[in-house]
Design a protein around this ligand. Structure first.
Ligand SMILES: Cc1ncc(COP(=O)(O)O)c(C=O)c1O
Length: 681
């Protein structure tokens, strides 16, 4: 089996022309890479792939002089260049290296190769997820996979960057990753893209052995001994080239949902609904014309089982606040995984997280953990009933699947009337209604639980006056911050609005996708936890606790919340411009705070709002935006993602305007309009 390492190199770098042949401590950069590549265990041959451009004759000449085979091919279509080189060399396995990584570590590359071969996968790398320093990148794949990518990849970024097609079509290619178990390496920048990088590498190279490829630990040792060296180039971003080509290319159009549809048919045979969550199920998407199953996510994007890529505006229904595969959270999970997941006793992580919540959430004097938001809201209700020795509760918003809440909605099948009769639904901002209810059932209300905000802004002093009114009646105020927590502000809506409830429920974003929730509140009330029953096998599950600690630490360290607001506001403003441009201002409005906005759609042109929303959703999906009618912003959403979403809106709004003009939008819809799962009574 022939394994060929192919180093891509060209003179025409935009930021640092001629970089691959520039002299680094006495040898051209390319020589550093070739020298390292020749030491990779398992590599039979090292070759260079460059372009046909006259400028790259210099590379060909260097290769000839240094007895390194050189293959020349298309300028921008690097994928075809790779395929050509690999075919000419009769490769069975290919290792992709780049000529701008002079500090490449042969032993890491060897591990990637071994992993590929041993695990019999199609593609293996050390770049996905990002856990190693920038500049140690290597990827290995089978010739068969490279041939498929070459034959089928059409996107500019797939052709220019060779391997995204393999990484993104996970339903077709098996993918393995060699991750680093040493944390905090991702900030290291050892690649050569700019003049500053060159200065950095030159300075580091003075301390490295002259006669052999250095191990990455040797480079780290140099940097740890001379930490100021990092300052030379550490202000630059990773993977700028890839981000740029994504921005430049036309948005991907979604070609097929055939695997999604087939998998749905299969899932429905064993899983009622075909999903675990209504809002993730087929009944919430245009029938047959939507992705139903995802394979993976990265940052603000996800990929479906048909290989389609989407900017994700759903974020797993809001837990994904940092982004998919956030490097800090994933590192914390991996670290904990090495110790264990669930234990027979508590771990210190529980106090570590509880203390953090007490620090940042105004009402939190004590904390208990759960898994779902419903655990936390239900615990709050039971606690309030136990503390006040009263049974009635008032609800406002959505609070989960448990009897005491869902019994107040139209989807109350299975909830006993006796339970339903104790829960009362109240409209947001309606203080009079709350007062009427409290007076109607004097001394019977344990608590009022509400989302402190979703669509509508609380009226001036509403939350403050509500608290005073409830306390006059010895009734507790509970904020359901399952969505607003770790999104509106680190301390939730209560810190944003300056009103401290008695108890509060948190969930979703606190684990960036790991299942964890918390009930927090006044210590005297929380102490009744000792007497009620709130207890579960997985309440102290350690991976989620570790993840949540990493989320909170990152939010305190980095401008996460600010980003959610800024990006959300920019998106909302731009969408408003687009609705105006397309004459849809009366039909589509986004409401809510910038980190989480919800489309409010009015009936128009004889069509119901459900039909209009379904068409909009379908047109956004076609244009590569996973969309449920909300803007669920995450920290990883970037300008490329926003650009993509706005392009999609522009196209979708055009179609919407045309369809509305026919006056028959609803009858022309090629699928049934999506109906809501339930209505709040
Ligand atoms: C405001 C609010 N409260 C509670 C819940 C219930 O959370 P979970 O689905 O995690 O049980 C949700 C879920 O969407 C929610 O949005």
């Amino acid at each position: 089996m022939n394994t060929v390492a192919i180093i891509q190199a060209r003179m025409g770098s935009t930021r640092l022309p001629g970089k691959v042949l520039s002299d680094l401590a006495g040898s051209p950069v390319l020589e550093w890479v070739v020298r390292a590549a020749r030491c990779i265990p398992g590599v039979d041959k090292v070759v260079v792939a460059t372009t046909d451009l006259a400028d790259d004759d210099k590379i060909a000449q260097w290769c000839e002089k240094n007895l390194t085979p050189c293959h020349r091919g298309a300028i921008d279509d690097v994928l075809s260049r790779y395929h050509l080189a690999a075919s000419n060399e009769n490769a069975d396995f290919v290792m992709r290296l780049t000529g701008d990584c002079p500090l490449l570590d042969p032993h890491i590359c060897g591990q990637v190769l071994t992993l590929l071969k041993r695990s019999k996968t199609d593609y293996c790398s050390n770049i996905d997820p990002t856990t190693w320093p920038d500049g140690l990148d290597c990827e290995a794949f089978t010739m068969a996979s490279l041939s498929i990518a070459h034959a089928e990849a059409t996107r500019l970024s797939d052709r220019e960057h060779v391997t995204p097609f393999l990484r993104n079509n996970r339903h077709r290619f098996s993918v393995e990753s060699l991750t680093s178990s040493i944390n905090d390496l991702t900030q290291e920048r050892w690649t050569l893209d700019t003049e500053k990088d060159f200065q950095f590498l030159t300075a580091v190279a003075q301390h490295l052995p002259a006669d052999r490829a250095p191990a990455f630990t040797e480079v780290l040792a140099v940097l740890d001994a001379h930490p100021n060296l990092r300052e030379i180039n550490n202000s630059q971003k990773r993977n700028e080239g890839f981000a740029k080509s994504i921005l430049e290319e036309a948005s991907p159009t979604i070609s097929t949902f055939s695997r999604s549809n087939a998998l749905l048919e299969r899932a429905l045979k064993s899983i009622p609904l075909g999903s675990q969550t209504f809002s993730k199920s087929h009944i919430q998407y245009p029938q047959g014309q939507a992705p139903m199953f995802l394979t993976h996510g990265q940052g603000g994007r996800v990929w479906d089982v048909d290989g389609n890529e989407y900017v994700d505006m759903v974020g797993g229904l809001l837990p994904i606040v940092l982004g998919y595969r956030d490097s800090d959270v994933d590192a914390a999970i991996r670290k904990q995984l090495c110790r264990g997941i669930s234990f027979s006793l508590a771990t210190e992580l529980e106090a570590d997280l509880a203390e953090r919540l007490i620090d940042i959430i105004p009402c939190a004097e004590a904390v208990r953990f759960g898994k779902n938001g419903s655990d936390a809201t239900s615990a709050a209700i039971r606690l309030a009933r136990a503390f006040t020795k009263r049974d009635r509760v008032a609800v406002c918003g959505y609070h989960g699947w448990q009897d005491w809440y869902i019994g107040t909605t139209t989807r109350h099948l299975g909830v006993p009337d006796a339970v339903r009769s104790l829960s009362h639904s109240v409209s947001f901002n309606d203080l009079d209604a709350v007062e009427r209810l409290l007076n109607q059932h004097k001394n019977e209300f344990a608590a009022f639980i509400l989302e402190p905000m979703n669509l509508t802004e609380p009226k001036e002093n509403f939350l403050k006056d509500l608290k005073a009114l409830l306390h006059d009646h010895n009734t507790l105020l509970i904020f359901d911050e399952v969505i607003t927590g770790f999104r509106y502000a680190l301390g939730g809506a209560q810190s944003l609005f300056g009103v401290t409830p008695d108890l509060a429920a948190f969930g979703k974003a606190m684990g960036n996708g790991m299942p964890i929730s918390a009930i927090v509140g006044n210590a005297e009330i929380m102490n009744v936890m000792n007497d009620i029953f709130f207890s579960g096998t997985f309440g102290g599950e350690a991976l989620s606790l570790a993840a949540s600690i990493a989320v909170i630490d990152k939010m305190q360290r980095e401008p996460v919340i600010q980003h959610l607001w800024d990006m959300g506001q920019t998106l909302a403003d731009e969408v408003t411009h687009l609705t105006e441009k397309h004459g849809l201002s009366e039909v589509i409005n986004f409401q809510g705070k910038p980190p989480w906005k919800i489309a409010s759609i009015s009936p128009a042109g004889g069509a119901r709002s459900e039909a209009i929303k379904t068409l909009l959703q379908s047109e956004m999906l076609k244009r590569g935006v996973l969309f449920l009618g909300t803007h669920n912003i995450c920290y990883a959403h970037n300008n490329q993602d926003m650009h993509h979403i706005l392009q999609a809106y522009n196209g979708a709004f055009s179609v919407l305007t045309q369809e509305l003009a026919t006056g028959e939008l609803e009858t022309r819809l090629p699928f049934p309009a999506v109906e809501s799962v339930f209505k709040v009574r």
